[in-house]
Design a binder for this molecule. Structure first.
Ligand code: HEM
Length: 162
């Protein structure tokens, strides 16, 4: 996957200059890697706490006034197992084929790393720009391998899945 990402960047940018923000649109495989990373390792798997200002019902659940709720975005993702095949495997290719229409902007239940609706992350575009630029420059500028060619430990240490 790393080689594939490097090849894509070399093809579109070459070796004479750095990756710039304006290149990101052409780097579909890099974007797919970022989506896959945000799917498997969402920085805020529980979103932020939301407090009900009055009694309400959300998706059939009664939430009393002044109670705090968290939405388990990670659970939503892994729970949509019928929508995403092998949801816990790192497979960026899915976002170029079977899930090419899926974006991270709260429109697809398979992928909600920035939340959804009025209280979703207001800095989604900014964050995506920075992530793509930083990852693109790393992949472009450095040859990276695991020590002694060991397989990379992909376990998330912040989220334990059932
Ligand atoms: C990869 C980077 C980021 C991810 C994955 C992320 C994800 C999220 C998520 C899941 C929420 C909660 C949505 C909810 O509970 O409904 C949120 C809220 C928020 N985020 Fe981000 N965020 C990122 C970066 C940033 C950055 C860089 C900023 C500011 C510079 C930011 C500012 C905020 C703010 C202010 C809220 C609260 C919005 C509200 O309650 O109305 N986020 N973010």
């Amino acid at each position: 996957m790393l080689k594939k990402a490097q090849k894509e960047i070399d093809f579109h940018i070459g070796k004479e200059r750095n990756v710039e923000e304006t290149d990101i649109n052409n780097l579909g495989y890099l974007q797919a890697i970022v989506k896959e990373a945000l799917k498997l390792y969402p920085p805020l798997p529980l979103g932020l706490p939301h407090v009900a200002i009055e009694d309400c019902t959300v998706g059939g659940l009664r939430i009393p006034s002044r109670h705090t709720c968290f939405i388990e975005f990670m659970e939503t993702t892994s729970g949509s197992i019928c929508l995403v095949i092998y949801p816990l495997e790192f497979q960026p290719e899915r976002f170029l084929t079977s899930h090419a229409v899926v974006n991270v902007r709260g429109q697809h239940v398979e992928l909600l790393p920035f939340g959804v609706g009025k209280r979703s992350c207001p800095r989604t575009s900014f964050s995506l720009n920075i992530i793509h630029l930083a990852l693109g420059r790393l992949v472009h500028g450095f040859e990276m391998t695991a020590p002694s060619e060991m397989p990379v430990d992909m376990t998330s240490h912040s989220v334990e899945l059932p």
